[in-house]
Design a protein around this ligand. Structure first.
Ligand code: ACO
Length: 334
């Protein structure tokens, strides 16, 4: 097990107030129902942004809370790494809007695109910036306004997603801390672009720019081959937990809390079973948020800390899977 170089100093979340329940889909004229959605996914409700709420505004709420809990001011942040699949604008990055909003004038700010695995990718980038001495203090954010890119006429996808943001401040681990310093014990990241078309937005980018035709055929919105994605999610999350445990020289029994990407409770249960972590040690909030893509692990982490499920000395495994495909895991001692 490596000696940690970076640790999580504080977390926060920014959640829209508006709640949409499974029953609310009836008003959209969709042929779906609470029973189907709960049985297949575990989702009961999700939060949806209201007029004026943006990816950046949710990210700012999450970031301010994380900075306050970490005891860090905006001027101390060296870098902002923001993961989103739903940037407020295509240019520039949402991270620079967040930087301006926070007044983090010294920070380098950039977005990364790794979909639902993005918060763990961001944490890994932050760890690298800290390890190389490029940064001392990094703000990482997963922020998503999925409601803006899902097809509200497609019952097979629109019931799955929700909006929200989560953030964490990462700092350098004190090199002279005791024998078991807190921080990142293992990181693992993988991608497979040959499967990109199983979960994607066909149009609206540089290859097929927006046009009247694109808007008419809704090809700028999320398309997903649900069953295929499900199979790969289970396989990849299993791979990610295996690799992180190997790298940290730990077993599932050493994990105090597993925080999986919150897409579907059946994928979560399969992941926990594979990793040999009992469900009472798995954080689940998919019932209240749906799939918030790269915000999902960050929101769950913040809730678990706030509820006192994660306390000092606990070993926590984060694991996620998303469009790309991308998958990643991280083991962190708190
Ligand atoms: N309400 C009612 N019926 C529905 C709904 C709905 N909302 N959506 C689909 N159905 C119907 C289908 O039309 C189909 O009907 P048919 O048999 O008459 O053709 C039937 O339900 C079964 O559809 P399947 O797609 O086979 O259902 P499945 O059990 O696979 O569940 C689901 C679908 C929930 C989407 C599942 O495949 C899944 O969770 N996939 C993974 C999705 C995911 O997690 N994506 C995100 C991961 S990556 C990321 O987070 C970006």
């Amino acid at each position: 097990m490596k000696r940690p170089l970076a640790y999580i100093a504080g977390t926060g979340r920014g959640i829209p107030a508006k709640v949409m329940t499974n029953q609310d889909f009836a008003a959209l004229g969709l042929e779906t129902n609470d029973e189907w959605i709960v049985e297949r996914t575990g989702i009961r409700e999700r939060h949806i942004t209201a007029e004026g709420e943006t990816t950046c505004s949710m990210a700012a709420t999450a970031s301010r809370q994380a900075m306050e809990r970490a005891g860090v001011t905006a001027g101390e942040i060296d870098a902002i790494v923001l993961s989103t699949a739903t940037p407020d604008r295509l240019l520039p990055a949402t991270a620079v809007d967040l930087q301006a909003e926070l007044g983090a004038s010294r920070a380098a700010a950039f977005d990364i695109g790794a979909a639902c695995a993005g918060f763990i990718f961001a944490a890994s980038v932050a760890e690298g910036l800290i390890a190389t001495g490029t940064a001392e203090t990094v703000l990482i954010v997963g922020a998503e306004r999925m409601s803006s890119i899902i097809d509200w006429t497609d019952r097979a996808t629109c019931v799955l997603f929700g909006d929200g943001a989560g953030a964490a401040v990462m700092k350098r681990t004190n090199p002279s801390a005791g024998p078991h310093p807190k921080g990142v014990l293992a990181t693992y990241m993988r991608s497979d672009g040959t499967l990109a078309d199983l979960l994607y937005r066909p149009a609206g980018g540089a290859t097929i720019p927006f046009s009247a035709q694109v808007l008419a055929d809704r090809s700028h919105l999320v398309k997903m081959a649900g069953r295929e994605v499900f199979k790969h999610a289970v396989r990849s999350m299993a791979d990610a937990t295996d690799r992180a445990l190997d790298l940290a020289k730990l077993t599932g029994k050493d994990i105090d809390l597993l925080i999986p990407h919150q897409a579907n409770v059946r994928i979560i249960e399969a992941t926990a079973k594979h990793a040999n972590v009992s469900m009472d040690k798995v954080y689940v909030n998919v019932d209240r948020y749906g799939n918030t893509s790269s915000a999902s692990v960050a929101i769950a982490l913040d809730e678990a800390i706030e509820k006192g499920v994660i306390t000092e000395g606990k070993t926590v495994m984060l694991v996620a899977f998303g469009a790309g495909f991308t998958w990643a895991s991280m083991i962190v001692r708190f």
